[in-house]
Design a protein around this ligand. Structure first.
Ligand SMILES: CC(C)(COP(=O)(O)OP(=O)(O)OC[C@H]1O[C@@H](n2cnc3c(N)ncnc32)[C@H](O)[C@@H]1OP(=O)(O)O)[C@@H](O)C(=O)NCCC(=O)NCCS
Length: 188
């Protein structure tokens, strides 16, 4: 089941352009090698990384960006960079990746926005579009998501999207158990 879904993801990925999806205000595309300054503006910011284990050094930012690019090559998904339609400003990242913590295998979703773009409803908008993409275009049977135990904004977004708390898993970057949620695709 999962391997069939992975094959489908890879074959879909090889046919789509760099653009992944578009909402009213935002669009997603794949990471490119020249995006390092954008990645740095996100993952090296102490406020953005407050609940994600702390800001990354330049080497670690590059490593993370390259691992997103490798994830797309291997699995057809990544935490795609997000841009504003109107200004083309970089907004952050949101997407999908294989779930690596507990069986059964599957995918998780997540989001992080640059500070200048908080408080505009962008996280809810883009995360909702990614969930729709996962369930309708990619036909994934289920998604997981998690957050730092004290990060109430993330919790609020996940609950708004319909995710339900099911478990907690150890998240190495923070050294804490993170609440874990799932959302089933009832149309798959
Ligand atoms: C978590 C994070 C993505 C939330 O971003 P955000 O912009 O605050 O999230 P939302 O999209 O829910 O928008 C929040 C508020 O924008 C406001 N807003 C302004 N204009 C809006 C619009 N046009 N539509 C909807 N909401 C709007 C709303 O008041 C909304 O709050 P509400 O849901 O209480 O009504 C952001 O804080 C972040 O990137 N943090 C750092 C990275 C991180 O920790 N990521 C989470 C990992 S699990």
């Amino acid at each position: 089941m999962v391997s069939r879904a992975c094959t489908r993801l890879k074959s879909l990925y090889s046919f789509v352009s760099m653009r992944i999806l578009n909402t009213g205000r935002l669009n997603l595309r794949t990471w490119e090698a020249s995006d390092f300054p954008l990645a740095r503006s996100l993952w090296a910011d102490p406020d953005v990384m407050n609940f994600l284990g702390g800001p990354l050094s330049d080497d670690k930012v590059l490593e993370k960006m390259q691992s997103e690019m490798a994830c797309a090559e291997e699995h057809g998904v990544q935490y795609w960079p997000v841009f504003e339609n109107q200004t083309n400003d970089f907004v952050g990242c949101c997407g999908l990746r294989p779930w690596a913590y507990t069986p059964p295998a599957g995918h998780e979703t997540g989001f992080a926005l640059v500070k200048a773009k908080w408080g505009k409803g962008y996280a809810s908008e883009i995360a909702g579009a990614v969930v729709k993409h996962a369930f309708e275009a990619l036909q994934l049977p289920m998604l997981r998501a998690g957050h730092h135990p004290e990060h109430l904004n993330s919790k609020k977004i996940l609950l708004k999207l319909g995710f339900q708390l099911v478990d907690e898993v150890f998240y190495k970057p923070t050294g804490l158990m993170h609440p874990t949620y799932q959302l089933k695709n009832f149309s798959s």
